[in-house]
Design a protein around this ligand. Structure first.
Ligand SMILES: Cc1ncc(COP(=O)(O)O)c(C=O)c1O
Length: 408
């Protein structure tokens, strides 16, 4: 044991030491978690907290899901990495079954969400030059205001969030931003060099912002009509969260590219992917894109188990069912410490009345009551409980929120 590991294990000690030795790119709540199961996390002093964030949707199936842990343990003991220089025995099934879940022919596995987004950008550009015949190096991708697609220098270059963007330029050209949900603005932005539209079907980081009804369907029709690829970043919205496999399913829309991450690795290992048909992903040739860890055996074993869980539809149904409780309870708070709520499945954005406090203050008050949630953009709280949460626990967590915002 190292000297530091033998030092005090109190939450405050560990929290202070973490803060002292980390870049300040996060401002965590002062809770130090030691273990977790299902929807509950336990800190180093044994205090239990209900997790209403689920790792920003990475833990859709909860903490320590026994089936997923078993698969991971078995794979850890067998084989963890080959690199893509060789093929391993988990690869074919993962790609085939994920492709089937999406109704697509091909899968390109990566690790983090941002890498999958970067992959989608590269694929759309290459498709533009090789298939659509766009002028070399002039490809344009249309993105939305309020977007969040990750943290690479290219991606933050097409964000309109000053915190994400300021101080990190110069940025890559080739992106045009239009108001989220405005189909006329998308149409006006499309020109002969437009290769794709990259958007979230629901903006998670933006505060669970839903586009107007019909927008995704109209976008699908527009992209088809103008020969532009439709890429849906379902990294946070997808894989059961909204009560359907994909948020795009709510409008029966099938994009050209699904961009996936977070829950695909079940909170065990980073797994992301771009999933599309051969006429799109087929533009990549050996040597043109890759990742040492993308599609590794551990990732594929866990990802395959996730895909098989989603294939039953059970978790989507559960999200829809629990989502009705979430919606009812939150809508009752509007006008009582809450200005507005947006709910889709087991996912909610809650705009806190500034008279009650900031989003951060509400999250701190919730923490004191044993509930963990996270604010976004000052006054909004995002709830994304694990889909395995019980109705009783969800109700209890929402009771705590109600008491906090009502000032009880
Ligand atoms: C919609 C969306 N895209 C991309 C990302 C980036 O994923 P990662 O943090 O794994 O790079 C996120 C992360 O929150 C996200 O919500």
């Amino acid at each position: 044991m190292t000297a530091s590991a033998t030092e005090s294990r109190s939450s405050s000690e560990l929290f202070q030491r973490s803060e002292a030795r980390t870049a300040r790119n996060y401002k965590p709540l002062p809770v130090v978690v030691e273990h977790a199961e299902g929807a509950w996390m336990t800190d180093v002093e044994g205090k239990r907290f209900l997790d209403l964030l689920a790792g920003y949707s990475a833990l859709n199936f909860g903490h320590s899901h026994p089936d997923l842990l078993r698969v991971a343990h078995e794979q850890l003991d067998r084989l963890t990495l080959t690199s893509r220089a060789f093929v391993h025995d988990q690869f074919a099934d993962f790609c085939a079954e994920l492709g089937d879940l999406c109704g697509k022919e091909l899968v390109l596995p990566m690790n983090t969400g941002a890498e999958a987004v970067e992959t989608a950008i590269k694929v759309m550009r290459k498709w533009g030059y090789e298939v659509k015949g766009v002028t070399p190096n002039q490809a344009k991708i249309i993105v939305a205001t309020g977007n969040f697609h990750g943290r690479t220098s290219t991606i933050v270059g097409f964000s309109d969030d000053p915190d994400a963007r300021d101080g990190f330029g110069p940025f890559a050209p080739g992106f045009e931003m239009v108001p989220y949900g405005d189909i006329a603005a998308v149409e006006a932005a499309i020109d002969e060099n437009t290769v794709g539209v990259l958007m979230e079907p629901i903006q998670g980081e933006g505060g669970v912002v839903l586009p107007p009804d019909g927008f995704l369907r109209d976008l699908r029709e527009l992209c088809t009509r103008t020969d532009v690829l439709m890429a849906m970043d379902e990294i946070q919205a997808g894989l059961g969260r909204t009560g359907k496999t994909f948020a795009s399913d709510h409008e029966d829309v099938v994009p050209d590219l699904y961009v996936l991450g977070k829950a695909l690795g079940a909170g065990i290992v980073p797994v992301s992917a771009v999933v599309a048909d051969r006429d799109v992903l087929g533009v990549l040739q050996p040597g043109q894109h890759g990742s040492t860890f993308g599609g590794n055996p551990l990732a594929c074993a866990v990802g395959l188990a996730v895909v098989r869980m989603l294939a039953t539809g059970e978790h989507q149904a559960r999200a829809a069912e629990l989502g009705t409780i979430l919606r009812e309870r939150l809508e009752a708070l509007v006008g009582h410490g809450v200005l507005a709520v947006r709910v889709r499945g087991l996912w909610a954005g809650i705009d806190i009345d500034p008279a009650v406090g900031t989003g951060r203050e509400v999250c701190e008050a919730l923490m004191a009551r044993g509930v963990l949630a996270k604010d976004t953009h000052g006054s909004t709280i995002r709830l994304a409980p694990p889909l395995v949460i019980s109705a009783e626990d969800l109700t209890w967590g929402l009771d705590q929120l109600a008491e906090v915002v009502r000032g009880a």
